[in-house]
Design a protein around this ligand. Sequence first.
Ligand code: FAD
Length: 419
Amino acid sequence: MIQTTAVVIGAGHAGLAMSRRLTERSIDHVVLERGEVANSWRTQRWPTLRLLTPNWQTRLPGHDYPGDDPDGYMPVTDVVGTITRYARLVGAPVRTATTVHTVRAAPEGFEIRANGDVLRARAVVLATGACNLPAIPGVADAVPQSITTLTPLTYRDPGQLPDGGVLVIGASATGVQLASEIHRSGRPVTLAVGEHVRLPRTYRGRDIFWWLETTGLLAERYDQIDDLTRARHLPSPQLTGTPEAVTTDLNTLTALGIRIVGRLGRITAGVAQFSGALTNTCALADLKMNRFLTRADQWAATSGLDDELPPPHRFAPTRVDPRTPLELDLTSGEVTTVLWATGFRPDHSWLDIPVRDRTDRIRHDGGVVTGAPGLYVLGLPVLRTRASTYIHGAAADTAALAGHLHTFLSGRTAPSGFR
Ligand SMILES: Cc1cc2nc3c(=O)[nH]c(=O)nc-3n(C[C@H](O)[C@H](O)[C@H](O)COP(=O)(O)OP(=O)(O)OC[C@H]3O[C@@H](n4cnc5c(N)ncnc54)[C@H](O)[C@@H]3O)c2cc1C
Protein backbone atom coordinates (compact mmCIF):
# COMPACT_ATOMS: atom_id res chain seq x y z
CA MET A 1 0.00 0.00 0.00
CA ILE A 2 1.20 3.48 -0.86
CA GLN A 3 0.61 6.29 1.63
CA THR A 4 0.61 9.92 0.45
CA THR A 5 -0.99 13.12 1.63
CA ALA A 6 -2.95 13.93 -1.52
CA VAL A 7 -3.85 12.16 -4.74
CA VAL A 8 -4.78 14.08 -7.87
CA ILE A 9 -6.62 11.98 -10.45
CA GLY A 10 -6.07 13.11 -14.04
CA ALA A 11 -3.11 14.74 -15.76
CA GLY A 12 -4.91 17.20 -17.97
CA HIS A 13 -4.14 20.88 -17.51
CA ALA A 14 -6.34 21.08 -14.39
CA GLY A 15 -4.68 18.19 -12.54
CA LEU A 16 -1.24 19.51 -13.44
CA ALA A 17 -2.09 23.04 -12.29
CA MET A 18 -3.30 21.54 -8.99
CA SER A 19 -0.04 19.59 -8.72
CA ARG A 20 1.86 22.83 -9.02
CA ARG A 21 -0.25 24.46 -6.31
CA LEU A 22 0.31 21.49 -3.97
CA THR A 23 4.06 21.58 -4.62
CA GLU A 24 4.09 25.32 -3.82
CA ARG A 25 2.56 24.43 -0.46
CA SER A 26 4.93 21.46 0.06
CA ILE A 27 2.02 19.03 0.09
CA ASP A 28 3.22 15.54 -0.74
CA HIS A 29 1.12 14.13 -3.60
CA VAL A 30 0.95 11.97 -6.68
CA VAL A 31 -0.96 12.49 -9.96
CA LEU A 32 -2.59 9.33 -11.37
CA GLU A 33 -3.28 9.31 -15.11
CA ARG A 34 -4.87 6.45 -17.03
CA GLY A 35 -3.12 7.34 -20.31
CA GLU A 36 -0.39 9.88 -20.96
CA VAL A 37 -0.26 13.51 -19.90
CA ALA A 38 -2.94 15.43 -21.90
CA ASN A 39 -4.64 12.12 -22.64
CA SER A 40 -8.04 13.67 -23.48
CA TRP A 41 -6.47 15.88 -26.14
CA ARG A 42 -4.45 12.97 -27.53
CA THR A 43 -7.24 10.40 -27.70
CA GLN A 44 -10.66 12.05 -27.50
CA ARG A 45 -10.46 15.05 -29.83
CA TRP A 46 -10.64 15.08 -33.62
CA PRO A 47 -7.38 16.05 -35.39
CA THR A 48 -8.55 19.30 -37.02
CA LEU A 49 -9.88 20.75 -33.76
CA ARG A 50 -8.50 24.14 -32.79
CA LEU A 51 -9.18 25.87 -29.52
CA LEU A 52 -11.89 28.49 -29.75
CA THR A 53 -10.06 30.52 -27.10
CA PRO A 54 -7.16 32.65 -28.36
CA ASN A 55 -3.57 31.62 -27.63
CA TRP A 56 -2.92 34.51 -25.23
CA GLN A 57 -5.65 33.12 -23.02
CA THR A 58 -4.13 29.64 -22.77
CA ARG A 59 -2.29 30.44 -19.58
CA LEU A 60 -1.67 28.21 -16.61
CA PRO A 61 -0.26 28.97 -13.16
CA GLY A 62 3.33 30.09 -13.75
CA HIS A 63 3.05 29.73 -17.52
CA ASP A 64 1.90 32.28 -20.10
CA TYR A 65 1.61 31.62 -23.84
CA PRO A 66 5.21 31.90 -25.04
CA GLY A 67 4.70 31.78 -28.85
CA ASP A 68 4.62 34.46 -31.54
CA ASP A 69 0.93 34.14 -32.44
CA PRO A 70 -0.98 35.32 -29.37
CA ASP A 71 -4.12 36.03 -31.38
CA GLY A 72 -4.18 32.63 -33.11
CA TYR A 73 -6.10 29.51 -32.07
CA MET A 74 -4.10 26.44 -31.09
CA PRO A 75 -4.48 23.23 -33.05
CA VAL A 76 -4.93 20.16 -30.90
CA THR A 77 -1.29 19.03 -31.38
CA ASP A 78 -0.11 22.33 -29.86
CA VAL A 79 -2.49 21.88 -26.93
CA VAL A 80 -0.90 18.47 -26.29
CA GLY A 81 2.57 20.07 -26.56
CA THR A 82 1.64 22.90 -24.21
CA ILE A 83 0.24 20.60 -21.51
CA THR A 84 3.14 18.14 -21.86
CA ARG A 85 5.71 20.92 -21.47
CA TYR A 86 3.75 22.26 -18.51
CA ALA A 87 3.93 18.87 -16.77
CA ARG A 88 7.72 19.00 -17.10
CA LEU A 89 7.90 22.66 -16.05
CA VAL A 90 6.06 22.05 -12.81
CA GLY A 91 7.78 18.70 -12.21
CA ALA A 92 4.43 17.02 -11.64
CA PRO A 93 4.80 13.55 -10.05
CA VAL A 94 2.62 11.84 -12.67
CA ARG A 95 2.13 8.09 -12.82
CA THR A 96 0.95 7.42 -16.36
CA ALA A 97 -0.93 4.31 -17.53
CA THR A 98 -2.58 4.19 -14.11
CA THR A 99 -6.36 3.96 -14.23
CA VAL A 100 -8.24 4.68 -11.03
CA HIS A 101 -10.95 2.04 -10.61
CA THR A 102 -12.28 3.01 -7.18
CA VAL A 103 -12.09 5.82 -4.66
CA ARG A 104 -13.74 5.11 -1.32
CA ALA A 105 -13.71 6.51 2.18
CA ALA A 106 -11.13 5.03 4.53
CA PRO A 107 -10.02 5.79 8.09
CA GLU A 108 -8.44 9.26 8.01
CA GLY A 109 -9.05 9.84 4.34
CA PHE A 110 -9.52 7.84 1.20
CA GLU A 111 -8.49 4.57 -0.38
CA ILE A 112 -7.71 4.70 -4.07
CA ARG A 113 -7.41 1.55 -6.17
CA ALA A 114 -5.54 2.05 -9.40
CA ASN A 115 -4.42 -0.86 -11.56
CA GLY A 116 -2.93 -3.24 -9.01
CA ASP A 117 -2.01 -0.56 -6.46
CA VAL A 118 -3.81 0.56 -3.34
CA LEU A 119 -3.11 4.12 -2.19
CA ARG A 120 -4.18 5.89 0.97
CA ALA A 121 -4.46 9.69 1.07
CA ARG A 122 -6.01 12.31 3.32
CA ALA A 123 -7.20 14.35 0.34
CA VAL A 124 -8.23 13.50 -3.22
CA VAL A 125 -8.65 15.90 -6.13
CA LEU A 126 -10.81 14.70 -9.01
CA ALA A 127 -9.40 16.28 -12.17
CA THR A 128 -10.68 13.71 -14.62
CA GLY A 129 -12.37 16.18 -16.94
CA ALA A 130 -15.87 17.29 -17.87
CA CYS A 131 -16.06 15.74 -21.30
CA ASN A 132 -15.29 12.03 -20.86
CA LEU A 133 -18.55 10.82 -22.39
CA PRO A 134 -20.88 12.11 -25.11
CA ALA A 135 -24.25 13.36 -23.85
CA ILE A 136 -26.67 11.68 -26.24
CA PRO A 137 -30.45 12.13 -25.95
CA GLY A 138 -32.70 9.09 -25.64
CA VAL A 139 -34.16 9.72 -29.10
CA ALA A 140 -30.91 8.24 -30.48
CA ASP A 141 -32.38 4.77 -29.86
CA ALA A 142 -34.90 5.42 -32.63
CA VAL A 143 -32.33 6.10 -35.36
CA PRO A 144 -32.71 3.39 -38.04
CA GLN A 145 -30.03 0.66 -37.96
CA SER A 146 -28.98 1.50 -41.52
CA ILE A 147 -27.62 4.89 -40.38
CA THR A 148 -24.01 5.30 -39.22
CA THR A 149 -23.94 7.19 -35.92
CA LEU A 150 -20.96 9.07 -34.54
CA THR A 151 -20.12 11.31 -31.61
CA PRO A 152 -17.35 13.92 -31.37
CA LEU A 153 -15.38 11.33 -29.38
CA THR A 154 -15.45 8.84 -32.26
CA TYR A 155 -15.33 11.33 -35.17
CA ARG A 156 -11.92 11.77 -36.76
CA ASP A 157 -12.46 13.16 -40.28
CA PRO A 158 -15.07 13.12 -43.06
CA GLY A 159 -13.20 10.25 -44.76
CA GLN A 160 -14.55 7.82 -42.17
CA LEU A 161 -18.17 8.59 -43.12
CA PRO A 162 -20.09 6.68 -45.77
CA ASP A 163 -21.09 8.62 -48.88
CA GLY A 164 -24.35 10.52 -48.56
CA GLY A 165 -25.95 13.17 -46.44
CA VAL A 166 -25.05 13.90 -42.84
CA LEU A 167 -27.42 15.07 -40.11
CA VAL A 168 -25.52 16.93 -37.39
CA ILE A 169 -27.52 17.31 -34.19
CA GLY A 170 -26.50 20.35 -32.15
CA ALA A 171 -25.23 23.76 -33.27
CA SER A 172 -22.83 24.73 -30.53
CA ALA A 173 -19.04 24.91 -30.86
CA THR A 174 -18.59 21.26 -31.85
CA GLY A 175 -21.64 21.04 -34.11
CA VAL A 176 -20.92 24.14 -36.19
CA GLN A 177 -17.26 23.21 -36.60
CA LEU A 178 -17.97 19.64 -37.69
CA ALA A 179 -20.93 20.63 -39.90
CA SER A 180 -18.67 23.05 -41.72
CA GLU A 181 -15.82 20.53 -42.09
CA ILE A 182 -18.10 17.74 -43.32
CA HIS A 183 -19.80 20.11 -45.75
CA ARG A 184 -16.39 20.99 -47.23
CA SER A 185 -15.86 17.28 -47.95
CA GLY A 186 -18.74 17.49 -50.44
CA ARG A 187 -21.43 15.77 -48.35
CA PRO A 188 -24.81 17.48 -48.00
CA VAL A 189 -25.18 18.55 -44.36
CA THR A 190 -28.33 19.26 -42.37
CA LEU A 191 -27.80 20.91 -39.00
CA ALA A 192 -30.45 20.55 -36.27
CA VAL A 193 -30.37 23.70 -34.14
CA GLY A 194 -31.61 23.88 -30.55
CA GLU A 195 -30.82 26.49 -27.93
CA HIS A 196 -27.45 28.03 -28.72
CA VAL A 197 -25.15 30.89 -27.75
CA ARG A 198 -24.43 33.09 -30.76
CA LEU A 199 -21.28 35.22 -30.64
CA PRO A 200 -19.18 36.88 -33.34
CA ARG A 201 -15.54 35.83 -33.55
CA THR A 202 -14.41 39.43 -33.27
CA TYR A 203 -16.14 42.67 -32.31
CA ARG A 204 -14.79 46.19 -32.75
CA GLY A 205 -11.42 44.77 -33.77
CA ARG A 206 -10.97 42.53 -30.72
CA ASP A 207 -11.50 38.82 -30.20
CA ILE A 208 -14.79 38.09 -28.46
CA PHE A 209 -12.88 36.38 -25.62
CA TRP A 210 -11.07 39.67 -25.00
CA TRP A 211 -14.49 41.22 -24.49
CA LEU A 212 -15.75 38.34 -22.34
CA GLU A 213 -12.71 38.66 -20.11
CA THR A 214 -12.28 42.40 -20.01
CA THR A 215 -15.92 43.17 -19.22
CA GLY A 216 -15.67 40.84 -16.21
CA LEU A 217 -18.20 38.33 -17.48
CA LEU A 218 -15.84 35.35 -17.23
CA ALA A 219 -14.89 36.36 -13.68
CA GLU A 220 -18.50 36.11 -12.41
CA ARG A 221 -18.45 33.81 -9.40
CA TYR A 222 -20.62 30.74 -9.05
CA ASP A 223 -22.20 32.00 -5.84
CA GLN A 224 -23.23 35.26 -7.51
CA ILE A 225 -24.87 33.76 -10.59
CA ASP A 226 -28.68 33.87 -10.40
CA ASP A 227 -29.39 30.54 -12.07
CA LEU A 228 -26.26 28.49 -11.47
CA THR A 229 -27.73 25.22 -12.72
CA ARG A 230 -28.59 26.86 -16.00
CA ALA A 231 -25.18 28.53 -16.26
CA ARG A 232 -23.49 25.16 -15.73
CA HIS A 233 -25.55 23.58 -18.50
CA LEU A 234 -25.31 26.41 -21.02
CA PRO A 235 -24.20 25.18 -24.45
CA SER A 236 -20.70 26.18 -25.60
CA PRO A 237 -20.61 29.37 -27.70
CA GLN A 238 -21.10 29.03 -31.43
CA LEU A 239 -17.45 29.79 -32.19
CA THR A 240 -14.58 28.16 -34.04
CA GLY A 241 -10.86 28.87 -34.02
CA THR A 242 -9.58 29.26 -37.57
CA PRO A 243 -6.41 30.88 -38.92
CA GLU A 244 -8.62 33.52 -40.57
CA ALA A 245 -10.56 34.17 -37.33
CA VAL A 246 -13.86 33.89 -39.16
CA THR A 247 -17.27 33.95 -37.53
CA THR A 248 -19.07 30.61 -37.83
CA ASP A 249 -22.68 31.48 -37.10
CA LEU A 250 -25.82 30.08 -38.67
CA ASN A 251 -25.87 32.78 -41.37
CA THR A 252 -22.34 31.75 -42.41
CA LEU A 253 -23.29 28.09 -42.51
CA THR A 254 -26.47 28.75 -44.49
CA ALA A 255 -24.46 30.79 -46.99
CA LEU A 256 -22.10 27.83 -47.42
CA GLY A 257 -25.07 25.62 -48.33
CA ILE A 258 -25.68 23.85 -45.04
CA ARG A 259 -29.37 23.28 -44.36
CA ILE A 260 -30.54 24.52 -40.97
CA VAL A 261 -33.52 22.84 -39.27
CA GLY A 262 -35.06 23.07 -35.79
CA ARG A 263 -34.21 21.10 -32.69
CA LEU A 264 -34.61 17.34 -33.12
CA GLY A 265 -37.69 16.24 -31.20
CA ARG A 266 -38.72 12.68 -32.00
CA ILE A 267 -37.92 10.01 -34.54
CA THR A 268 -41.06 8.09 -35.45
CA ALA A 269 -40.91 5.17 -37.88
CA GLY A 270 -37.56 6.41 -39.10
CA VAL A 271 -38.77 9.98 -39.68
CA ALA A 272 -36.93 12.67 -37.73
CA GLN A 273 -39.19 15.49 -36.54
CA PHE A 274 -37.79 18.95 -35.91
CA SER A 275 -39.14 21.76 -33.80
CA GLY A 276 -41.07 24.49 -35.57
CA ALA A 277 -39.66 27.07 -33.16
CA LEU A 278 -36.38 27.61 -35.03
CA THR A 279 -37.17 31.25 -35.79
CA ASN A 280 -37.83 31.96 -32.12
CA THR A 281 -34.77 30.01 -30.99
CA CYS A 282 -32.58 32.06 -33.31
CA ALA A 283 -34.23 35.35 -32.35
CA LEU A 284 -33.51 34.61 -28.70
CA ALA A 285 -29.85 33.84 -29.46
CA ASP A 286 -29.59 37.09 -31.47
CA LEU A 287 -31.16 39.02 -28.59
CA LYS A 288 -28.72 37.60 -26.05
CA MET A 289 -25.77 38.29 -28.31
CA ASN A 290 -26.89 41.90 -28.73
CA ARG A 291 -27.36 42.21 -24.98
CA PHE A 292 -23.75 41.21 -24.46
CA LEU A 293 -22.52 43.55 -27.20
CA THR A 294 -24.40 46.39 -25.48
CA ARG A 295 -22.67 45.50 -22.22
CA ALA A 296 -19.34 45.53 -24.09
CA ASP A 297 -20.10 48.94 -25.61
CA GLN A 298 -21.05 50.36 -22.23
CA TRP A 299 -17.86 48.99 -20.71
CA ALA A 300 -15.76 50.51 -23.53
CA ALA A 301 -17.46 53.89 -23.08
CA THR A 302 -16.99 54.00 -19.32
CA SER A 303 -13.39 52.79 -19.65
CA GLY A 304 -12.58 55.62 -22.06
CA LEU A 305 -11.72 53.17 -24.86
CA ASP A 306 -14.26 54.38 -27.40
CA ASP A 307 -11.68 56.47 -29.26
CA GLU A 308 -9.23 53.57 -29.52
CA LEU A 309 -11.74 51.05 -30.87
CA PRO A 310 -13.77 50.98 -34.10
CA PRO A 311 -17.36 52.18 -33.52
CA PRO A 312 -20.10 49.90 -32.19
CA HIS A 313 -22.15 48.00 -34.73
CA ARG A 314 -24.57 45.08 -34.85
CA PHE A 315 -24.67 41.87 -36.88
CA ALA A 316 -27.42 40.76 -39.24
CA PRO A 317 -30.18 38.80 -37.51
CA THR A 318 -30.12 35.06 -38.12
CA ARG A 319 -31.98 34.30 -41.32
CA VAL A 320 -34.37 31.36 -41.17
CA ASP A 321 -35.93 30.06 -44.37
CA PRO A 322 -39.73 29.96 -43.88
CA ARG A 323 -39.74 26.71 -45.89
CA THR A 324 -37.45 24.97 -43.39
CA PRO A 325 -38.53 21.32 -43.31
CA LEU A 326 -40.02 19.94 -40.12
CA GLU A 327 -39.31 16.31 -41.03
CA LEU A 328 -36.55 14.25 -42.57
CA ASP A 329 -37.05 10.61 -43.55
CA LEU A 330 -33.98 8.78 -42.31
CA THR A 331 -34.98 5.66 -44.22
CA SER A 332 -34.97 7.36 -47.64
CA GLY A 333 -31.22 7.08 -48.18
CA GLU A 334 -30.77 10.86 -48.27
CA VAL A 335 -29.01 10.77 -44.90
CA THR A 336 -26.44 8.06 -44.20
CA THR A 337 -24.81 9.46 -41.04
CA VAL A 338 -26.07 11.07 -37.85
CA LEU A 339 -23.48 12.93 -35.77
CA TRP A 340 -24.49 13.70 -32.17
CA ALA A 341 -22.90 17.03 -31.28
CA THR A 342 -25.17 17.30 -28.26
CA GLY A 343 -22.55 17.92 -25.61
CA PHE A 344 -20.45 15.96 -23.17
CA ARG A 345 -20.61 14.78 -19.60
CA PRO A 346 -18.07 13.71 -17.02
CA ASP A 347 -17.56 10.11 -15.93
CA HIS A 348 -17.17 9.67 -12.18
CA SER A 349 -18.74 6.20 -12.15
CA TRP A 350 -15.69 4.79 -10.34
CA LEU A 351 -16.28 7.04 -7.34
CA ASP A 352 -17.56 4.80 -4.54
CA ILE A 353 -18.62 7.64 -2.24
CA PRO A 354 -22.25 8.86 -2.17
CA VAL A 355 -21.62 12.40 -3.40
CA ARG A 356 -23.54 12.34 -6.68
CA ASP A 357 -27.07 13.65 -7.16
CA ARG A 358 -29.95 12.01 -9.04
CA THR A 359 -28.56 13.26 -12.35
CA ASP A 360 -25.20 11.65 -11.52
CA ARG A 361 -23.49 15.02 -11.03
CA ILE A 362 -21.13 15.57 -8.12
CA ARG A 363 -22.58 17.87 -5.45
CA HIS A 364 -20.00 20.51 -4.67
CA ASP A 365 -19.60 24.03 -3.41
CA GLY A 366 -17.15 25.72 -5.75
CA GLY A 367 -15.14 22.49 -6.11
CA VAL A 368 -15.32 21.43 -2.45
CA VAL A 369 -17.29 18.18 -2.63
CA THR A 370 -20.31 18.20 -0.36
CA GLY A 371 -20.38 15.61 2.41
CA ALA A 372 -16.87 14.24 1.90
CA PRO A 373 -14.26 16.38 3.68
CA GLY A 374 -10.93 16.23 1.84
CA LEU A 375 -12.52 15.51 -1.55
CA TYR A 376 -12.26 18.14 -4.30
CA VAL A 377 -13.33 18.35 -7.93
CA LEU A 378 -11.85 20.45 -10.74
CA GLY A 379 -12.44 21.18 -14.41
CA LEU A 380 -16.26 21.29 -14.41
CA PRO A 381 -18.17 24.10 -16.16
CA VAL A 382 -18.61 27.23 -14.02
CA LEU A 383 -17.01 25.39 -11.10
CA ARG A 384 -16.01 28.63 -9.34
CA THR A 385 -16.37 31.26 -12.06
CA ARG A 386 -17.55 31.32 -15.65
CA ALA A 387 -13.84 31.06 -16.61
CA SER A 388 -13.69 27.59 -14.96
CA THR A 389 -15.19 26.23 -18.18
CA TYR A 390 -11.99 27.14 -20.02
CA ILE A 391 -8.34 26.19 -19.63
CA HIS A 392 -7.23 29.49 -18.10
CA GLY A 393 -9.85 29.21 -15.35
CA ALA A 394 -7.77 26.49 -13.68
CA ALA A 395 -5.34 29.12 -12.37
CA ALA A 396 -7.77 30.75 -9.95
CA ASP A 397 -9.68 27.52 -9.23
CA THR A 398 -6.58 25.58 -8.20
CA ALA A 399 -5.31 28.48 -6.09
CA ALA A 400 -8.57 28.56 -4.12
CA LEU A 401 -8.94 24.79 -3.77
CA ALA A 402 -5.29 24.22 -2.83
CA GLY A 403 -5.76 26.85 -0.13
CA HIS A 404 -8.86 25.06 1.15
CA LEU A 405 -7.09 21.69 1.02
CA HIS A 406 -4.12 23.07 2.95
CA THR A 407 -6.43 24.40 5.65
CA PHE A 408 -8.27 21.07 5.77
CA LEU A 409 -4.99 19.17 6.26
CA SER A 410 -3.99 21.49 9.07
CA GLY A 411 -7.19 20.54 10.89
CA ARG A 412 -8.52 24.08 10.89
CA THR A 413 -11.88 25.06 9.39
CA ALA A 414 -11.92 26.73 6.00
CA PRO A 415 -11.21 30.43 6.17
CA SER A 416 -14.39 32.49 6.06
CA GLY A 417 -13.06 34.40 3.05
CA PHE A 418 -12.69 31.15 1.06
CA ARG A 419 -15.17 32.14 -1.56
C1 FAD B 1 -14.24 19.47 -28.07
C2 FAD B 1 -13.73 20.35 -26.99
C3 FAD B 1 -13.20 21.59 -27.29
C4 FAD B 1 -12.74 22.42 -26.28
N1 FAD B 1 -12.22 23.64 -26.62
C5 FAD B 1 -11.74 24.42 -25.64
C6 FAD B 1 -11.15 25.69 -25.95
O1 FAD B 1 -11.12 26.10 -27.09
N2 FAD B 1 -10.64 26.43 -24.94
C7 FAD B 1 -10.70 26.02 -23.64
O2 FAD B 1 -10.20 26.74 -22.78
N3 FAD B 1 -11.28 24.86 -23.32
C8 FAD B 1 -11.79 24.05 -24.29
N4 FAD B 1 -12.39 22.88 -23.97
C9 FAD B 1 -12.62 22.59 -22.56
C10 FAD B 1 -11.41 21.95 -22.00
O3 FAD B 1 -10.87 20.97 -22.79
C11 FAD B 1 -11.75 21.26 -20.75
O4 FAD B 1 -12.13 22.22 -19.84
C12 FAD B 1 -10.53 20.52 -20.30
O5 FAD B 1 -10.20 19.49 -21.18
C13 FAD B 1 -10.72 19.99 -18.97
O6 FAD B 1 -9.43 19.85 -18.50
P1 FAD B 1 -9.19 18.88 -17.39
O7 FAD B 1 -7.73 18.89 -17.09
O8 FAD B 1 -10.15 19.16 -16.30
O9 FAD B 1 -9.64 17.48 -18.02
P2 FAD B 1 -8.99 16.64 -19.17
O10 FAD B 1 -8.14 17.44 -20.07
O11 FAD B 1 -10.09 15.85 -19.78
O12 FAD B 1 -8.05 15.68 -18.35
C14 FAD B 1 -8.57 14.66 -17.52
C15 FAD B 1 -7.53 13.56 -17.42
O13 FAD B 1 -8.00 12.58 -16.50
C16 FAD B 1 -7.70 11.30 -17.00
N5 FAD B 1 -8.61 10.35 -16.38
C17 FAD B 1 -9.97 10.30 -16.54
N6 FAD B 1 -10.48 9.28 -15.80
C18 FAD B 1 -9.43 8.71 -15.15
C19 FAD B 1 -9.31 7.62 -14.25
N7 FAD B 1 -10.39 6.93 -13.83
N8 FAD B 1 -8.08 7.29 -13.77
C20 FAD B 1 -6.99 8.00 -14.16
N9 FAD B 1 -7.04 9.03 -15.04
C21 FAD B 1 -8.25 9.38 -15.52
C22 FAD B 1 -7.88 11.44 -18.50
O14 FAD B 1 -7.16 10.44 -19.19
C23 FAD B 1 -7.33 12.85 -18.74
O15 FAD B 1 -5.97 12.86 -19.05
C24 FAD B 1 -12.83 22.02 -24.95
C25 FAD B 1 -13.38 20.77 -24.63
C26 FAD B 1 -13.81 19.95 -25.64
C27 FAD B 1 -14.39 18.61 -25.30
